[in-house]
Design a protein around this ligand. Structure first.
Ligand SMILES: *Cc1c(COP(=O)(O)O)cnc(C)c1O
Length: 486
């Protein structure tokens, strides 16, 4: 099973995916728990004579902070240190600290870079690694994304997908979209990806996704040059939007595929059915716009929907939606418009319930990719290390107020800076789930009675509880902020 550490994400076949993913490293957490406590980056050979250590091992993408470099065997004279691809910076030996002091250069994206040290014109063979993080620098557990459950789901969805129907993968459930986009593209080869924001679409495109990509919701016409540049399709939302888009595209001498979304009774994206035909006319009348799709959203299938659709029961909400959609499509096509447009409406629920009359040309599947089949199919987990181990005497107070006491002498382990989340989480040490004696977020005391061999530095894995719905959430429960908007 692949446990993919961010940013060195590997998929289940063990390939390292990190290089092709530009945006994934937003999940790099401050704290860089990949050190072994001595400040030596994991993987570096601490025993080697010219091992390089950096202090600190991480810093903000803004750069400008001081990083001390300890390169054994390097002279006390100036050395040059290169952070990743950045040009080398001159570092001065700081006699007080007995290390070379370097100013970290700024970097565009967060992520871990290799650091090379050159002394007297010789570049040391040993390299160190340095993590560029986004703002928010509290020491925190390292996030791990396990892509194998999503990959299995994607393979299963593709294997059982109705033939003749196109697959649209909806990525709006979590980060990093590029990691999941590539896993889904490899495993299920969808015709389309649908995303909520332009940023997500660009991230997917830049990470090598070759399928068509469409933004599902309203977008500013000012972003049309970006859509063209990255080959991204978009929702057309009003005749005036189409006219303005046409003006911009004509100037650029470029074409844009758009999808006409109809709100058939959800009060969300799209025009109301009466406005669908005028919008279709505006799109088809615009030389540089192609009507690539006509869409609505059948999100949820309720009990009785199947029978109601069969009997065309007009008291059923899904039937009402379907009839509005079919009528609008018929009206558009009746005028000879949208002949080649893909008709798409159904989501995971439609596929799960095999409702063929709602398949149309394409299904847009989101949640099904992220569903867990086994209770321990974790997608997100975090790892940290035991900071302190001790044995509490019998009858020892637990927590403020001393409302609880130990019954027997109890071995405990302390961990710190655990991201707070609403979802229940479980802690695993040395292969066993351990109870929480006390959880103050910044300090969590784990009961190690079941794993008495545990010592300081042992790894703790933090997962969503199997009892909770651990789909990826739109708001990742991460102690990072991404960018500052300048
Ligand atoms: C979320 C969403 C989907 C996917 O729905 P799931 O139930 O997650 O499969 C499809 N279309 C639109 C417009 C959506 O917002």
């Amino acid at each position: 099973m692949a446990r993919a550490h961010i940013p060195a994400v590997t998929d289940v076949r063990g390939r390292t995916l990190v290089t092709s993913f530009v945006g994934l490293s937003v999940l790099v957490l401050a704290g860089c728990a990949q050190t072994d406590g001595s400040g030596t980056p994991a993987g570096a050979d601490a025993a080697s004579s010219d091992a390089i250590t950096l202090t600190p091992t991480h810093g903000s993408v803004q750069g400008g902070n001081r990083v001390f470099v300890d390169a054994e065997g390097s002279p006390e004279g100036p050395v040059t240190v290169a952070f990743g691809d950045s040009p080398g910076v001159e570092c001065e030996f700081d006699a007080d600290v007995r290390r070379h002091a370097c100013v970290a250069p700024r970097r565009e994206d967060p992520g871990i870079v290799e650091v090379a040290v050159t002394a007297d014109g010789n570049t040391l063979a040993e390299k160190a690694s340095y993590a560029y993080t986004t703002p928010g620098t509290q020491v925190s557990p390292v996030l791990t994304v396990d892509t194998s459950a999503v990959q299995r789901n994607a393979e299963e969805i593709r294997n059982e997908f109705p033939s003749g129907v196109q697959l649209g993968a909806v990525l709006k459930n979590g980060e990093p979209v590029d990691v999941f986009g590539n896993v889904i593209e490899d495993a299920a080869d969808p015709e389309y990806f649908f995303v909520p924001k332009l940023d997500d679409a660009i991230t997917l495109r830049e990470s090598g996704v070759t399928a068509k990509i469409a933004v599902m919701y309203v977008m500013d016409t000012a972003d049309i040059p970006l859509l063209v540049h990255y080959d991204i399709e978009v929702a057309a939302t009003a005749p005036a939007w189409a006219e303005e888009a046409e003006r911009i595209l004509a100037e650029m001498d470029a074409e844009l595929n758009v999808h006409l979304w109809i709100d058939t009774g959800l009060a969300r994206e799209g025009v109301v059915p009466e406005e669908a035909l005028p919008l279709a006319r505006a799109i088809e009348g615009a030389e540089h716009l192609n009507l690539a799709g006509i869409a609505t959203h059948f999100c949820c299938i309720a009990e009785g929907d199947v029978e109601a659709i069969e009997s065309n029961d007009a008291t059923n909400a899904t039937v009402v939606q379907k009839n509005r959609f079919d009528a609008a499509v018929e009206q558009i096509r009746g005028e000879g418009l949208g002949q080649d447009a893909l008709i798409h409406a159904g989501a995971s629920d439609v596929l799960a319930n095999d409702i063929e009359s709602l398949y149309y040309d394409m299904l847009r599947i989101g949640g099904m990719f992220f569903a867990s089949s086994a209770p321990d199919d974790f997608i997100y987990s975090w790892t940290t290390e035991i900071d302190q181990v001790k044995t509490l005497p019998e009858d020892w107070c637990i927590d403020y107020g001393c409302e609880e006491r130990t019954q027997v002498p109890t071995k405990v382990g302390l961990i710190s800076h655990i991201p707070s989340r609403d979802e229940a989480i479980v802690f695993t040490v040395n292969g066993r789930e351990v109870p929480v004696l006390l959880d103050h977020g910044t300090v969590v005391t784990l009961d190690l009675t079941g794993v008495p061999e545990t010592s300081v530095g042992d790894e703790v894995t933090i997962d969503f509880s199997p009892e909770t719905d651990h789909l990826l959430e739109a708001t990742p429960p991460l102690p990072v902020t991404v960018g500052t908007g300048g």
